[in-house]
Design a protein around this ligand. Structure first.
Ligand SMILES: Cc1cc2nc3c(=O)[nH]c(=O)nc-3n(C[C@H](O)[C@H](O)[C@H](O)COP(=O)(O)OP(=O)(O)OC[C@H]3O[C@@H](n4cnc5c(N)ncnc54)[C@H](O)[C@@H]3O)c2cc1C
Ligand code: SF4
Ligand code: SF4
Length: 420
């Protein structure tokens, strides 16, 4: 998904809402309220934040023992030992896919390897609004199942967890949260930390997400599930058990306000959660889940699930280049303030029908999405906050966009990323 750029959003300070049980957040220009600014020392944002000066190569060395190599799939997906398709042998009720993410954490609690897990549960008054939770009982991991759209201060629970004596933790988080966690990790004094990541793209406020649901269906309050699937369909499920599929091309994107996606998420530099021990997504899974096992701790997490999980090789089909180039042309128009080129109405159903047949699949679909996101990052940030290009765009993003003729302009080249 992409949207037109709202230049004014670049200049606004983001003031995350007051939340019961949490300190107020410090307003910042680019912020997804990961929780650091609600900790005892909010100035830690200066070193922790993905939107200030992310340091992937350095953090990869600490988390994985080495920085990402030049191998094409490491440029796309970050350091890994292997990438597999996977599903839980018994799909977990209420899970976004089959429940691998919450299953991994539940197993850690079950086996006594951690004292607590930090994860997101639904808010009491809105099932779509994420709320950070400290979970100590494996059975309670069921509460965290499912994807919610929005931001919530997950890492603000680190200090309460330590105060409660929990020294062995697991954290489930999206990439901007995990970047900050890794930067703070050494100072936390933990005995053990397991990092379970999911990919993340096109996140927005929960309020904006409700607007999107209202545009999708005339019974939005009855929608219980939404997913952007790898077969170019959005799947909706309703509380009466019915389902609906909408091809991406028929989504009401042009009806969304121009600042629907905050600048943070349009300029995000890490789609696949490069600093997690294991990333649990679906993009390359051809209909199943997709795991990027990054280091020995990721292997340990997977091994612990034993026969509760079924894994297999990933597939790959199609060619991404023309799709990525077409997408880039649209982003160039949007980032330059021009309206997106509208496809004639009569063409839409034909292309929507053809995409699942001709579009990239499996690993090639995942590479396509990662390159598209990297192009968005460069073009939107260059248009909205050009002075941040040098400090905020890491080397792996430049490598991803280079085949499309996007190279750092004068003063944009990263200074100290060792992967450069
Ligand atoms: C905003 C968002 C965008 C995503 N985009 C993609 C994508 O483009 N491609 C892709 O492959 N995967 C994406 N994912 C991840 C995808 O949803 C996961 O693969 C999926 O949740 C894992 O399925 P599961 O059945 O294993 O998870 P479950 O076992 O159901 O567990 C879901 C986990 O997600 C966490 N969670 C839910 N909402 C949030 C939130 N708002 N912030 C932080 N953590 C949350 C919960 O803590 C829980 O542990 C996205 C996730 C989010 C939150
Ligand atoms: S570190 Fe987290 S809280 Fe601080 S500015 Fe960045 S996203 Fe916001
Ligand atoms: S898209 Fe990036 S910045 Fe936005 S919530 Fe997801 S990880 Fe954070």
């Amino acid at each position: 998904m992409t949207s037109e750029l709202d230049m004014s959003s670049a200049d606004r300070l983001t003031q995350p809402p007051s939340l019961e049980g949490f300190r107020d957040a410090v307003p910042r220009r680019l912020c997804t309220d990961c929780g650091v600014s609600r900790m005892a020392d909010p100035s830690a944002c200066g070193t922790a934040c993905q939107f200030i000066a992310p340091e992937y190569a350095e953090s990869e060395m600490v988390a994985h023992g080495r920085a990402a190599s030049e191998r094409p799939d490491e440029v796309h997906f970050g350091v890994h030992q292997r990438i597999v398709r996977a599903r839980m042998a018994h799909s977990a009720e209420g899970a976004q896919w089959t429940g691998i993410t919450t299953g991994l954490a539940a197993e850690l609690l079950e086996q006594g390897k951690v004292d607590a897990v930090l994860a997101m549960v639904p808010s009491d008054d809105d099932k779509w609004r994420p709320k950070p939770a400290l979970i100590t009982d494996a059975a309670d991991m069921t509460r965290a199942r499912g994807m919610r759209m929005g931001y919530a201060p997950l890492l603000a629970l680190l200090e309460p967890a330590l105060e409660a004596g929990h020294k062995r933790l697991a954290v489930i988080g999206i990439p901007c949260q995990i970047h900050a966690l890794r930067k703070l990790e050494a100072e936390l004094g933990l005995e053990r930390l397991y990092v379970i990541g999911t990919p993340c793209s096109d996140n927005t406020t929960t309020e904006n997400f409700h607007t999107f649901l209202e545009l999708l269906d005339d019974r939005p309050e009855r929608i219980t599930y939404l997913e952007f699937r790898a077969d170019y369909q959005v799947e909706l499920r309703f509380d009466d058990g019915t389902k609906r599929e909408i091809p991406f091309l028929k989504l009401p994107i042009s009806k969304l306000p121009s600042d629907f996606f905050p600048l943070t998420c349009r300029t995000c530099v890490d789609y696949t959660n490069r600093l997690a021990d294991i990333t649990v997504g679906y993009m390359g899974g051809t209909g199943e889940q997709w795991l990027i096992v990054r280091n020995e701790r990721g292997e340990e997490l997977l091994a612990d699930l034993d026969d509760k999980i079924i894994t297999g090789p990933v597939a790959s089909k199609g060619k991404r280049e023309s799709h990525v180039r077409g997408f880039m042309a649209n982003v160039e128009r949007a980032a330059g303030g021009l309206p997106l080129r509208a496809m004639p109405d009569w063409v839409r159903p034909i292309v929507a029908f053809m995409m699942p047949k001709i579009g990239p699949k499996g690993q090639e679909f995942a590479r396509t999405r990662v390159e598209m996101k990297a192009i968005e990052t460069v073009l939107h940030l260059r248009a909205a906050m050009p002075k941040k290009m040098r400090s905020m765009v890491p080397a792996h993003i430049w490598k991803l966009v280079a085949p499309y003729g996007l190279v750092p302009e004068k003063d944009e080249k990263p200074a100290d990323d060792k992967a450069a």
